[in-house]
Design a protein around this ligand. Structure first.
Ligand code: C2O
Length: 405
């Protein structure tokens, strides 16, 4: 390589300056470097890409019926077996793609890793799509492309990923969607060791079908054996959800996390994260454990996508709490750009703004109304039932050196 020419230097300086003054984050895959998280190094950069970068365009056909991402726990037996069959087929096709195919299951996990370890750089800074207001939109896009790749591999444009409804207390749903099963257990289709949906690197918890998840689990507790009794967990989970979604969520700063602009410095894991990202979201990562425990490896576990479906849905539910709850309108949020590989192996540039309406992306969720038990939860018990502390002050988790998103 020769020395960069004068024009290149001028452009480089101009870019650095633009970055210093704060602007919407723009992602480039160029100059991807080895990343790190909590002092551990990772090499997750996508292979070099020489094709054009396409600007995202909705390929959604407005006359096609909107697809519904359904709650896995609320399927009847036939629906569940039909879905399980399709998903297993799609994921095995994804896993069978050549390792360097950007649509392969392994490459998708690597892309999540690269975005989680500061491997991509703006100006001189690496950034992390966790722990800021980008957490929700970035993961919406990630699932969007995952779903499109599955549709393409299956040759079925109607295929829709379903979600793990772990906030759902089966007893108390009201409204038009009734489902009396509880979603608070590890979804069975991911637990069969002979299935491509199984992942060996997990804790023992998912192996106990009668053990409810612990939505208030902290990083510090996550290496312990389960000790909270089932009935306490089920009740406490509802309290935790109420706390995260209704009580500690009245501003977008609290719910989505800190703002993040081009050139901002990466923060320590969990610092700056929104309330749902820390409690509920991270708790499920910790509860399942193993590779799901930490962002650089989390995408290797197929249950990641079912878990994040629920996060995406909860983000949609959040404004229903009213009292001014609304997503930021700051252009540094809406015009931030990320790159993803699409189902044709092209790199697509997306903006946060285009992720704000899932209907425009072609899907909605089942249970998008205010009908989960946690909306109206009223604590009648004493404070021992109250959820553990969560939110921006997460010193305990941080000192673990093994944060999760
Ligand atoms: Cu990118 Cu649940 O994490």
């Amino acid at each position: 390589m020769g020395r960069p020419g004068g024009l290149a230097i001028v452009l480089l300086v101009a870019r650095q300056l633009a970055v210093i003054y704060g602007a919407p984050l723009k992602t480039t895959f160029e100059g991807c470097r080895r990343g790190s998280l909590s002092g551990v190094d990772y090499d997750c950069c996508p292979s070099e890409y020489r094709g054009p970068i396409l600007d995202f365009e909705l390929k959604y056909n407005a006359s096609a019926p909107v697809r519904i991402r359904r709650a896995m726990d609320c399927l009847d037996e036939d629906e569940a077996s039909e879905y399980g069959e399709k998903l297993r087929k799609g994921i095995s096709l994804m896993k069978a793609l050549p390792a360097d195919d950007p649509r392969s299951f392994a490459q998708q996990a690597r892309l999540h890793c690269a975005y989680a370890t500061g491997s991509f750089v703006t100006g001189s800074e690496g950034f992390d799509i966790h722990f800021s207001w980008f957490f929700h939109p970035w993961h919406r896009w990630f699932l969007y492309f995952h779903e499109r790749i599955l549709q393409t591999l299956l040759g079925d444009p109607t295929f829709t990923i379903y979600f793990w409804h772990w906030d759902h207390d089966g007893e108390a749903i009201i409204g038009r969607n009734k489902c009396s099963k509880s979603g608070m257990y590890f979804p069975a289709i991911y637990a069969d060791p002979d299935s491509p949906l199984f992942h060996a690197a997990r804790s023992l918890r998912p192996e106990f079908p009668a053990l409810p998840v612990d939505l208030g689990l902290t990083g510090a507790e996550s290496m312990d054996v389960p000790y909270r009794p089932k009935d306490l967990l089920l009740a406490r989970n509802v309290a935790v959800m109420h706390d995260v979604m209704v009580i500690k969520s009245n501003t977008s700063r609290i719910f989505l996390g800190r703002d993040f602009r081009a050139g901002d410095k990466r923060v320590s894991p969990l610092e700056g994260a929104g309330s749902l990202e820390v409690t509920g979201h991270a708790s499920i990562h910790w509860w399942v454990g193993g590779d799901l425990r930490t962002p650089p490896t989390a995408g290797k576990d197929p249950v990641f996508y079912a878990h994040h479906g629920n996060i995406d849905r909860l983000w949609k539910l959040w404004p229903l709490g009213g009292q001014g709850r609304a997503n930021p309108t700051d252009p540094d949020f809406l015009d931030a750009e990320f790159l993803f590989y699409d189902e044709t192996k092209n790199v697509v540039r997306v903006k946060v703004r285009d992720a704000m309406d899932t209907r425009a992306l072609g899907y909605v969720y089942e249970f998008e109304e205010r009908n989960e038990a946690w909306w109206n939860y009223q604590s009648t018990w004493n404070s021992w039932l109250k959820p553990v502390t969560h939110g921006p002050d997460t010193t305990t988790e941080r000192s673990q050196g093994d944060p999760t998103s």
